[in-house]
Design a protein around this ligand. Structure first.
Ligand code: ATP
Ligand code: MG
Length: 550
């Protein structure tokens, strides 16, 4: 059992009740993704809920691939899903594939036919839609509804044997065409699809529909609490009907909770796939995507993602969560964990004219002033350094306290420097600035004789390493609710900068994380391991407007 306590919520209350009343002696949950894409942060909410709820009460959780639709499912997705769940830190008790239950599902469908509760229907998909009626009007019975049990058994077997074309026939449950719940109006159970399946190959040419397959999958595995998102609320009567009429021994209970939506992004595998397929992003793990693999490459940690999921909690009303809330949790996590080093993203050379040529000294720098255990390092300092281009202004605007001719600033961990002059090229661009330093002002020396208004960061030019920095903005301008999301793509979602980092940081391993002083938290890009210079993805900037309200 884990230490983590799931915050109180209505689902947890149901579980507690069911254990206390001895309805169940053990709870069993499942995370049931369809392997038709990569997992996203919305799935993380479901993963955290299912695994932590079972874990808290000593129960078990299955990872089950809901692979009943061969046209969209692939092994690549199966593998990525396993990797992502494991990376989040969860161990499934069982790994199952719904497709392994196809034979069992077929037998239960035969049972429904024998009981007169299912029939083979020859209406086309369009006719079925027409016959179904609307919210205001009841549906009409299919003309095939009264086929005899014998005929239905024969036709269903022939469907399985491949005697019919795709779409020619379906198997439908016989429930109630006048039900006020449209989902109960003789839903389709099986359709014909001559297609290769990632797991069962060509063994089947009929495939069960979600509404039929899902309750059976849950019942076969003995799932006690089947947690799904709110849009399935209206499907619950169908879920319960199949469990009962298929005479499943174990009776799972479906409970719905609100889907997670986050601002400025899209949150559905279908839409994410469009972004990937259209080349708008660099694969499913593009750091701008809310996929688990994208968040990982961006630099999010499992702890940050899980804390976020626990904080948003579980409720019955859909809501849109501000992406800044997710960012809040990675800042919290890295604030004490990540070493703080210096990087210059847009370099401008600064020459210290009164510093001896050829000399290098090593200055003491703490690795994280909020976490002594990260220790300190020695950073080289010499006559030539790089600073940020925007830390110098030829003619300062009001309230600008950084470098300009005649002004003095502190170099982080080093000395005060005063700007004496600058050099321009033929085009009028400043290429170099010349300063003098005051040896008395060394950081840590206790110098107080005069003060400066700014501290800027820098890197030593002779020992710095070149690096690429990738800065991100939201991929989508507005929330996905409005209009076609493909028309709201932010053209400036990726900005690439080339600059310098402290020499030592160049040896960073993939996924090593840093705070670059004044710039934010960065992750060493795992896909650029073999590129000439290291690549750093900005996870988030330092400052946040966001506050968690307690
Ligand atoms: P998508 O539209 O992104 O494909 P889905 O619901 O079809 O989502 P599944 O693979 O069927 O994806 O989902 C697996 C589980 O994750 C389901 O139990 C589903 O309810 C849950 N889930 C999916 N998206 C979210 C979300 N945004 N918030 C909470 N749970 C989600
Ligand atoms: Mg789906």
């Amino acid at each position: 059992m884990s230490e983590v306590k799931v915050p109180s919520n209505f689902i947890k209350n149901i579980v507690i009740e069911d254990l206390e009343s001895k309805k169940h002696s053990e709870i069993i949950t499942r995370f049931p993704p369809e392997p038709n894409g990569y997992l996203h942060i919305g799935h993380a909410k479901s993963i955290v809920l299912n695994f932590e709820l079972a874990d808290e009460f000593g129960g078990t959780t299955n990872l089950r691939f809901d692979d009943t639709n061969p046209s969209k499912e692939e092994d690549e997705y199966v593998n990525s899903i396993k990797e992502d769940v494991a990376w989040l830190g969860y161990e499934w008790d069982n790994l199952f594939f719904a497709s392994n239950y196809f034979e069992e599902m077929y037998k239960r469908a035969v049972l429904l036919i024998e009981k007169g509760k299912a029939f083979v229907c020859d209406l086309s998909a369009e006719e079925i839609r027409e016959y179904r009626g609307t919210l205001k009007e009841p549906g009409k019975n299919s003309p095939y509804r009264d086929r005899s049990v014998e005929e239905n058994l024969d036709l269903f077997e022939r469907m399985r044997n491949g005697e019919f074309q795709d779409g020619e026939k379906v198997l439908r449950a016989k429930i109630d065409m006048s039900s006020s719940n449209i989902n109960m109006r003789d839903p389709v159970i099986y359709r014909i699809l001559h297609q290769n399946h990632h797991n069962t190959g060509d063994a089947w040419c009929i495939y069960p529909m979600y509404d039929y397959a899902h309750p059976l999958e849950d019942a076969i595995e003995g799932i006690t609490h089947s947690l799904c998102t709110l849009e399935f609320e209206d499907h619950r009567p169908v879920y319960d009907w199949f469990v009962k009429e298929c005479e499943m021994e174990s009776v799972p209970r479906q409970i719905e909770f609100a889907r997670l939506n986050v601002t400025n992004t899209v949150m559905s595998k279908r839409k994410l796939k469009q972004l990937v397929d259209n080349g708008i992003v660099d694969g499913w793990d593009d750091p701008r995507l809310p996929t688990i693999s994208g968040l990982r490459r961006r630099g999010y940690t499992p702890d940050a993602i899980k804390s976020f999921c626990r904080e948003i909690g579980v409720s019955k009303s859909n809501s849109l969560v501000d992406e800044q809330m997710l960012q809040h949790f990675i800042r919290e996590d890295l604030k004490v964990k990540a070493p703080r080093v210096m990087a210059v993203l847009d370099p401008l050379k600064l020459v210290i004219t009164n510093y001896p040529e050829g000399e290098v000294e090593y200055l003491e720098a703490e690795n994280n002033s909020d976490n002594e255990s990260l220790g300190s390092r020695k950073i080289p300092f010499s006559r030539e350094i790089y600073i940020e281009r925007d830390d110098f202004m030829e003619e300062p605007v009001p309230k600008y306290h950084r470098l300009y001719p005649g002004n003095e600033v502190r170099l982080k961990n080093a000395y005060f420097v005063k700007c004496e002059s600058f050099v321009k090229d033929e085009d009028g661009n400043v290429t170099e600035i010349h300063c003098t330093y005051d040896p008395e002002t060394k950081s840590g020396s206790g110098f107080t004789a005069r003060k400066v208004k700014s501290t800027i960061h820098w890197v030593d030019a002779s020992t710095a390493a070149e690096a690429e920095f990738r800065l991100y903005e939201p991929l989508i301008d507005e929330s996905e609710a409005e209009g076609d999301f493909l028309e709201n793509i932010n053209e400036n979602s990726l900005e690439i900068m080339n600059g310098y980092i402290e020499g030592e940081v160049a040896g960073a391993k993939p996924q090593d994380k840093f705070q670059f002083f004044r710039h934010g938290y960065f992750n060493t890009d795992p896909k650029s391991e073999n590129s000439e210079k290291p690549v750093f993805n900005r996870i988030v900037s330092i400052k946040s407007k966001f506050k968690i309200s307690k």
